[in-house]
Design a binder for this molecule. Structure first.
Ligand code: PLP
Length: 246
């Protein structure tokens, strides 16, 4: 049974998304099979950046509950437009401290905590909003490791334990685990293996920090092989993104 749908949504879009979802689910199942893992232990986050709120609505209708966005300007109105849906919003992009307050208003999980100043800003913002924010420490897998606040985002592995402690100790934050993006142009497998070691070290100090967010459209198999619990998939689900002209 299908309900009424907004006229602006092309009829084929739902079928397209259903097909993308089936393909991604099949890839996850195969990767879990190869790794001897239970697919139930892997959560799929649909990264809907550059796609309209109508797509988020269609994905929710197909049973997806986790949505990821990487820019506040785009995420905020989209989350508002979908406020009636039972969704968990993941903020996965680089985050400036001056956006912390806005993001703490709608995000449930922030994947990109990579410096101490951001921990303070997010905790203050969450407190003001009367919320608790789940945070992941973003780990840079680039070689050589970046300076604080430099590179493409993410803290150097050596800085991660201290940041994890800071998140865990912040009044309005909860430490969920770690996140990373594979280095550009490098084999993702050794990078994700390194990430798994960092994740394990964090879990030793913080046993409830079990989230390992890794793997995108091009490398979800390698991420599953290395123990990823959360995959952030855009293109393989929603199709190619057009260049953002803004
Ligand atoms: C865009 C994005 C993704 C999804 O990338 P795809 O290759 O389209 O699957 C995942 N993680 C982050 C941080 C992103 O910015």
């Amino acid at each position: 049974m299908t309900g009424p749908r907004p006229a602006a949504v092309p009829d084929g879009r739902r079928a397209e998304l259903a097909e993308g979802l089936a393909e991604v689910r099949a890839r996850i199942a195969a990767a879990c099979d190869a790794a001897g893992r239970d697919p139930g232990d892997v959560t799929l986050i649909a990264v809907t950046k550059t796609f309209p709120a109508s797509d988020v609505r269609l994905l929710a209708g197909l049973g997806l509950t986790e949505v990821g966005e990487n820019r506040d300007q785009e995420a905020r109105p989209k989350a508002e437009a979908c406020a009636d849906l039972p969704l968990t919003w993941h903020f996965v992009g680089r985050l400036q401290t001056n956006k912390a307050r806005a993001v703490a208003g709608y995000a449930d999980v922030v994947h990109s905590v990579d410096r101490a100043r951001l921990v303070t800003a997010l905790s203050d913002a969450a407190g003001r909003a009367g919320r608790t924010l789940r945070c992941l420490v973003q780990v840079s897998l680039d070689e050589p490791p970046p300076q604080e606040g430099g590179g493409r985002g993410g803290a150097a592995p050596s800085a991660v334990p201290r940041l994890a402690d800071a998140v865990a100790g912040a009044a309005h934050l909860e430490l969920g685990g770690v996140m990373a993006v594979a280095p550009l142009g490098a084999d993702p497998l050794p990078a994700f293996a390194r990430l798994a070691e960092v994740a394990e070290a964090v879990r030793r100090d913080h046993p409830s920090a079990t989230v390992l967010s890794a793997g995108m459209s091009g490398d979800l198999e390698e991420a599953v092989a290395c123990g990823a619990t959360h995959l952030r998939v855009g293109t393989a689900l929603l199709g190619g993104r057009r260049a953002i002209v803004r």
